[in-house]
Design a protein around this ligand. Sequence first.
Ligand SMILES: NC(=O)c1ccc[n+]([C@@H]2O[C@H](COP(=O)([O-])OP(=O)(O)OC[C@H]3O[C@@H](n4cnc5c(N)ncnc54)[C@H](OP(=O)(O)O)[C@@H]3O)[C@@H](O)[C@H]2O)c1
Length: 274
Amino acid sequence: MRNWVLITGCSTGIGWALVPLCREAGWGVVATARNPAALSELPPGEDLRVLPLDVTDAGSIAAAAAACADLRLKALVNNAGYGQVGPLELLRPEELRAQFETNVIGLHAVTNAFLPLLRREPGARILQVASMLGRLSIPLAGPYNASKHAVVALAESLRLEVGRDVAVVLVEPGAIRTAFRDTLAEAWGDLPDRARGTRYETVLARYLAKRKDQAERFAMDAETCARKLLKALNARHPPRRVVIGRDAFWVGKLKALLPASWWEGLMRRTYGLE
Ligand SMILES: NC(=O)c1ccc[n+]([C@@H]2O[C@H](COP(=O)([O-])OP(=O)(O)OC[C@H]3O[C@@H](n4cnc5c(N)ncnc54)[C@H](OP(=O)(O)O)[C@@H]3O)[C@@H](O)[C@H]2O)c1
């Protein structure tokens, strides 16, 4: 009997890269996506189950949990998420709500739906994919920062509550080369129109251009990142935190070391907000 892992958000990026790595390592994988057609290129096999799963849809979560009842589900990777960026001054409440619906409420709902299955397996684990922006906040990404801080807080409480039965691992990547930065622009909506004529117009244009450029130059590739998740899936003693990338490691250290006013000055200068 093989052990199974369910991964959310497998259509692209880290989730997509993790599926074959887990299969090669002997896991059975429940690969999920909002649109399962996005997974049609995955080689079929007895070690693969493809399911539709939208983390904002309670019915879809319940159906996925029911479809896994016969499996030895030993791990859950809550990976699905997107980045809502934009200056808070211009942000609509519904945009903040939507960000939390996916990144926070969705992750929570999926966790609770699968906990009863995970509890059956000794050594089971949940990987909650947060971000380096779950520990520090940058300007122009307030909704995303807030959602990932919430993921960190939920994971730390959950670990205290269920950690003796199911290990809770916080995954905290820095910049990873995925579709993430393309979907930033989608979530963006009509924000450029709202920014027109405000102090944010040029700041935002520069931010978007720079983010993409930086990601292409410095970001880690999705497969290298996925390998770090696989290590936590396979670990005999799962770690509490997996910090991924030199940026995630050093920027966190820098913030802890610098006086607050220096850190804020650095952030304002970096993002053209002086
Ligand atoms: N890339 C980075 O620099 C970075 C850094 C730190 C943390 N992260 C985190 O890593 C995770 C994976 O992101 P990624 O970089 O691999 O980006 P990605 O390539 O954009 O992948 C995100 C995945 O989440 C899925 N998703 C979005 N909303 C969903 C929903 N309501 N239900 C189910 N799936 C949904 C997307 O599916 P669709 O195709 O259906 O949209 C996609 O499969 C996210 O939680 C992200 O916040 C990324």
